[in-house]
Design a binder for this molecule. Structure first.
Ligand SMILES: [Zn+2]
Length: 183
């Protein structure tokens, strides 16, 4: 734990809620999360401290299909289970929520997940979950995204993002500086 503690107390740590933009190194894929959604995620995380938590990301893609635009992050479904270093995201109410999203022209984009007081690197369990989702027809999502928030919400937190294409290795997306006008 001590090692992880130092890892997230680095200069990369963020303080207030601010919008997040990530891009693949080749620029062919990205993720954009506006400030109100980031604030909501941090709120869910703070509420569950010191336990992990998570939920799903809903939204749409931009016209050139190289940027996922998140419009909603859900809290953990009621049948989720969590401890300080593990989280099992339940499914209660999820089909209903996703059916509504699809009717509204929105999509399941991926998962968000909280590593309390720790770094935002995905575990092997996190990777397996996303690879399973990429293959699962129920989500209609061949390139699910994973957003991991680490550290302590609002005070000293950080975020990482990965995409898990169905038939290719995962890609770590790079955090992009956000212009104040976009916040
Ligand atoms: Zn995890």
């Amino acid at each position: 734990m001590a090692r992880l503690f130092r890892a997230w107390r680095s200069s990369r740590a963020r303080r207030p809620a601010e919008s997040l933009i990530f891009k693949a190194p080749d620029g062919l894929f990205g993720l954009s999360i506006p400030t109100p959604v980031v604030r909501k995620i941090l709120g869910y995380c703070a509420r569950e401290l010191p336990n992990e938590t998570g939920g799903i990301l809903i939204g749409r893609y931009n016209e050139s299909l190289n940027m996922a635009l998140v419009s909603e992050a859900t809290p953990a479904p009621l049948d989720s289970r969590a401890g300080r270093t593990w989280f099992y995201r339940g499914t209660q109410g999820l089909s209903k929520r996703l059916n509504k999203a699809w009717q509204d022209g929105l999509y399941y984009l991926g998962e968000w997940h909280f590593h309390p007081l720790a770094d935002s690197t995905p575990s092997e369990t996190d990777r397996r979950q996303l690879r399973d989702i990429a293959k699962n027809e129920r989500y209609h999502c061949a390139d699910p995204l994973l957003l991991i928030v680490g550290g302590r919400p609002y005070r000293n937190w950080l975020a990482s993002s990965y995409v898990f294409p169905r038939s290719k290795p995962e890609i770590k997306l790079l955090s992009q500086p956000v212009k104040s006008a976009e916040q």
